[in-house]
Design a protein around this ligand. Structure first.
Ligand code: HSE
Length: 399
């Protein structure tokens, strides 16, 4: 029998207990032994839950129990979650987490510790919720030079954008519903300001390029600045507005990495991803474009990815899964400001002034003062703004 402990009995933790119980037969077919939840660590009690009798409040019980093989961390954040993860690895346990903040900030250290201990530290659920994407990137696509990853990485914001743009609903109402459905972060500003997507693109970039990039190094813009006029421009151009985390290799072999709303043509697969669904396009030099699609948030989809990792830990108890990356020098990442992108720019400047400042541009049909630029850097746009040129909004455009 493989005993596991779940730390944190919120949305994801309770989903993990449910999936382990509901799917015990199919899980057992994989592991060849029963998987049992022995403890649930939480500060709260759950007297009305089927799992209430498993609840403990003291981590050292898990740490000191030799029967616990895998510890599932669903506490979130980088406080006790970090402390308990370190201690679990030091105690010889495998650790599985859904905690993107933990992996994005401390993945380097925790992977090194896991390696030292000969243990697994797996985090499939930290990116894309239930979508299998990290393992395919790390293993199935290992034969490729990864040229680009571009993804809708946050279910809450995609849900909000879909409901606001397609159904005309109000931001606050939709956000409240996303919270009720268990999609949003404890602090939903992490969703709407792009921080959650940033953590996820950092994890994807680390796996793709083998370098730990910290979220603080990454230009991050969320969805709160999108105005109805931007949506009208997207409509007029036959495009959608989507929040993307994007990383790619520049011609010089450096890593570009950022989070921003983008305009994308309606006929591109990423444009049709709606609601809580996430999708991640990964382009490798051998395979070309691949797409990974599914539910990016929510109790059971996220638990699905966590339990997949638990099974992987049980199957790789003797020889750990080789997932690792290294510290970068800081020189590998190109500043976002220097990247040359096409932009939808809304301005109050006269057409002549726009052409003089931005070079050849395409006017957006039927939308006064809206243009799509040729490749131009954000640094250039910032410089124009500083000189007093009117720029009401600027959103990157992907073809
Ligand atoms: N708040 C996250 C989202 C949860 O909405 O995508 C899944 O990581």
């Amino acid at each position: 029998m493989a005993n596991i402990a779940i730390m944190g009995f919120g949305t994801v933790g309770s989903g993990v207990a449910e999936v382990v119980h509901t799917n015990q037969d199919s899980i057992r077919r994989r592991t060849l032994e029963p998987v049992t939840v022995k403890y649930i660590l939480d500060t709260r009690d759950f007297p009305n839950s089927t799992y209430g009798h498993l609840v403990i409040h003291d981590f050292s019980i898990i740490e000191q129990d030799p029967e616990i093989q895998v510890v599932v961390e669903c506490i979130g954040g980088c406080g006790v979650a970090l402390d308990f993860t370190r201690r679990a690895l030091l105690a010889g346990k495998d650790v599985v987490t859904s905690n993107k903040a933990l992996v994005a900030a401390h993945g380097l250290e925790l992977l090194a510790l896991a390696k030292e201990q000969g243990r697994n530290f797996l985090f499939e659920a930290s990116v894309g919720g239930g979508i299998p994407v990290l393992r395919p990137l790390a293993f199935c696509l290992a034969g490729n030079r990864i040229e680009e990853i571009c993804g809708i990485l946050n279910g809450t914001t995609n849900y909000i954008l879909t409901k606001m743009i397609r159904d005309g609903e109000q931001f606050d109402d939709v956000l409240k519903r996303a919270q009720e459905k268990g999609y949003a972060e404890a602090d939903p500003t992490d969703d709407v300001e792009g921080k959650d997507a940033c953590r996820k693109i950092c994890i994807l970039a680390a796996l793709a390029y083998g370098i730990h990039v910290y979220p603080e190094q990454v230009y991050t813009c969320g969805i709160t600045g999108i105005r109805p006029q931007d949506v009208a421009c997207a409509d007029a151009l036959g495009m959608q507005i989507k929040l993307f985390g994007r990383t790619f290799l520049t011609e010089e072999g450096k890593i570009a990495l950022y989070v921003s709303p983008h305009l994308i043509p309606n006929d591109k697969p990423l444009a049709s991803v709606e609601g809580v669904f996430n999708a991640i396009m990964i382009r490798g030099n051998a395979v070309g474009e691949t797409m990974f699609y599914g539910r990016g948030a929510g109790k059971l989809p996220t638990a699905s990815a966590v339990v997949g990792d638990v099974v992987d830990c049980i199957l790789h108890r003797e020889k750990r899964r080789a997932i690792d990356w290294e510290a970068g020098s800081g020189e590998e990442v190109v500043p976002f400001e220097s990247l040359e992108l096409r932009w939808l720019v809304r301005t109050e400047a006269a057409a002549g002034a726009v052409a003089a400042a931005l070079g050849p541009v395409e006017a957006v049909p039927g939308q006064n003062g809206a243009y799509v630029t040729g490749p131009v850097s954000k640094a250039k746009l910032d410089e124009l703004r500083e000189k007093g040129f009117s720029i009401l909004s600027a959103i990157p455009v992907l073809d």
